[in-house]
Unconditional design. Structure first.
Length: 110
């Protein structure tokens, strides 16, 4: 296995570990799926619909998100937003992220 394949695999592992944090952070305000994909991509976190929608359903089943349909426009859209529990989990994950980031930055000499 070459270096590029190794790095690609490690990057995928890092992304898997942070995508829940990114989604919860972006859903502080209710957003529909396609808009969420666009907003995440705009911040450098590319995610495909076939990855995002199962994640949204899982987070909703874990009571971290709630959803509602908006049928006012030409096309019905399902909006997702964080629940009270989701906001609490986001706060805890953010604290953990900050701790790990600080430690890694120290270790990497940055």
């Amino acid at each position: 296995m070459g270096k590029d394949e190794l790095v690609s695999g490690f990057v995928l592992e890092l992304r898997r570990g942070t995508v829940v944090l990114a989604v919860l952070a972006k859903l502080k305000e209710p957003t529909y799926g396609y808009q969420l994909i666009k907003e995440l991509a705009d911040t450098g976190i590319a995610i495909e619909a076939n990855t995002l929608y199962p994640l949204l359903r899982r987070l909703e089943s874990q009571k971290l998100l709630e959803s509602s349909w908006n049928t006012d426009g030409a096309k019905p859209r399902k909006y997702y937003g964080t629940t009270k529990l989701g906001k609490e989990v986001l706060a805890d994950l953010t604290a953990q992220w900050n701790t790990v980031s600080k430690s890694m930055n120290t270790m990497l000499g940055e």
